[in-house]
Design a protein around this ligand. Structure first.
Ligand code: SF4
Length: 467
């Protein structure tokens, strides 16, 4: 019988079926960072346990790291303390750490693929919700909690229930000015933020197959925002050429052998799914969120909806979202003034994202009074962007050019919204308080849309800004 990638990877990593019916699943790769690990390491020590596979565990500093100046000790004493803990824990347990002086530091979901640590057919765990990102390379990648981080450190295994599988088939092509971010926002808009609960998402169809690896990473990154803990794209020629030559990818003949195995892990023709959702890429517009979850979005050419348009069960939450955002139903989302523009995060801070934003920013100026930040996803992205002169384009336009880190994606470092500020953001969450101010407001959109909003001082349709 034809099998899916989910079936094959799950089976290949099954240690045994537990009495509960769950699977004891082995994880090929464990990525860690400074925020969800201090307690996990402490619990290991208290239990007298070591790290079972330090060679399968890799660490970086991303969430709390300042992005303006990264000189140690950090001004933020909590950030400094967490960094000291991570450095000490990695040293004690023999875990490789991509520290600030490594040239390889960056957001965990940017550096995993970039270094070739993330490979097809793998199971991956990381104490961060957006671990689904790594599925872009044909891996099953799960975001886990702190006690599960402890369990993976100690055993490299977790008790897991196999999810159902929904294939999302996106056919045709995205129109100019419409990006991977718009596609995933459109998918979440259609299926809802809880639509994927209990499912893994397999992204397929001609529009997905035509995507670069960086675009696929953006799509898989936000699977969790649609409720699916895991999202993946089947490995193909794009995957293999992306991995070739990366520091941790197999080399020479070992690479050729790996490609054979990676190919064998892909979903086979005729495999069946628990659900299939078709989507037409050509119908997708640049998307903007108007609410407080990533499913509350509209096309940039559309008006902000009214709660009466919501399904009955969601009317109260739509009303709450509109009241919090202080946006008027019926008015176009385009023209909504912004205070801050943020291009960054594990969703959209890779080289192609910065290129798309720089294309809009080139020769233009950020509107007066707008604070605009560009934060590369990794030191490698920063080097590549600087090699192309993208940083000069941003600086000349009035953007700040920062160092790698999570930055304004969440309020755990020095980059935060203040008061009721409204932020055009290329990140992945628009929850209340997400960007560091309990009353701050977030509008999610593509990096090119953020660049256009920074220049216009308000939400605008990037298609009118393309040259
Ligand atoms: S960029 Fe945002 S979503 Fe991604 S790992 Fe950092 S905090 Fe999490």
């Amino acid at each position: 019988m034809a099998e899916t990638l989910l079936d094959k990877v799950w089976r290949a990593h099954t240690v045994r079926t537990l009495p509960s019916g769950q699977t004891q699943l082995f994880f090929g790769l464990h990525l860690i960072h400074e925020v969800t690990t201090p307690q996990a390491f402490q619990m290991l020590r208290e239990a007298g346990l070591g790290v079972r596979f330090p060679e399968r565990t890799f660490a970086t500093i991303d969430h709390i790291v300042p992005t303006a100046s990264q000189f140690r000790p950090f001004r933020d004493t909590l950030a400094e303390e967490m960094t000291v803990h991570l450095v000490r824990n990695c040293k004690e347990f023999g875990i490789p750490l991509f520290d600030l002086d490594s040239g390889r530091q960056g957001i965990v979901h940017v550096i995993g693929p970039e270094l070739g640590l993330t490979q097809p057919g793998m199971t991956i765990a990381c104490g961060d919700s957006h671990t689904s990102t790594h599925g872009a390379l044909g891996a099953l990648a799960f975001g886990i909690g702190t006690s599960q981080v402890r369990d993976v450190l100690a055993t490299q295994c977790l008790a897991m229930a196999k999810p159902k599988l929904r294939q999302i088939r996106v056919e045709e092509v995205l129109r100019p000015g419409v990006y991977a971010k718009d596609m995933i926002l459109a998918i979440i808009h259609r299926l809802g933020v809880k639509g994927g609960v209990g499912y893994a998402y397999e992204y397929a169809g001609s529009a997905v197959e035509a995507m670069s690896m960086e675009e696929r990473l953006t799509i898989c990154n936000m699977s969790i925002e649609g409720g699916a803990r895991v999202g993946y794209v089947n490995p193909d020629a794009t995957t293999f050429s992306y991995l070739k030559g990366r520091p941790f990818a197999p080399k020479g003949e070992a690479f050729d052998r790996a490609v054979m195995w990676w190919k064998s892990m892909a979903t086979e023709p005729g495999a069946t799914f628990d659900d299939v959702v078709p989507l037409d890429a050509g119908s997708i517009q640049p998307m903007v969120t108007w609410g407080i979850n990533p499913g509350q979005s509209v096309g940039v050419g559309e008006p902000i909806p009214h709660p009466t348009e919501a399904p009955e069960a969601e009317r109260a939450s739509w009303a709450e979202a509109l009241a919090f955002m202080a946006l008027d139903s019926g008015r176009p989302i385009a023209g909504t003034p912004i205070d801050v523009a943020f291009i960054g995060s594990c969703t959209n801070a890779r080289l192609s994202d910065l290129r798309a934003a720089a294309e809009v920013a080139r020769g233009r100026k950020v509107a007066k009074g707008i604070r605009a930040l560009v934060v590369p996803g990794s030191q490698e992205v920063a080097r590549a962007a600087e090699g192309e002169g993208l940083h000069e384009i941003f600086l000349e336009a009035g953007f700040e050019w920062r160092k790698a880190g999570c930055s304004l994606c969440l309020g755990m470092n020095e980059d935060k919204l203040t008061g009721r500020e409204i932020c055009a953001s290329s990140s992945n969450r628009n929850f209340k308080g997400r960007q560091g101010s309990p009353t701050g407001r977030t509008l999610l959109m593509s990096p090119a849309m953020v660049a256009a909003a920074a220049i216009a001082g308000a939400v605008t349709d990037v298609r009118e800004w393309l040259r």
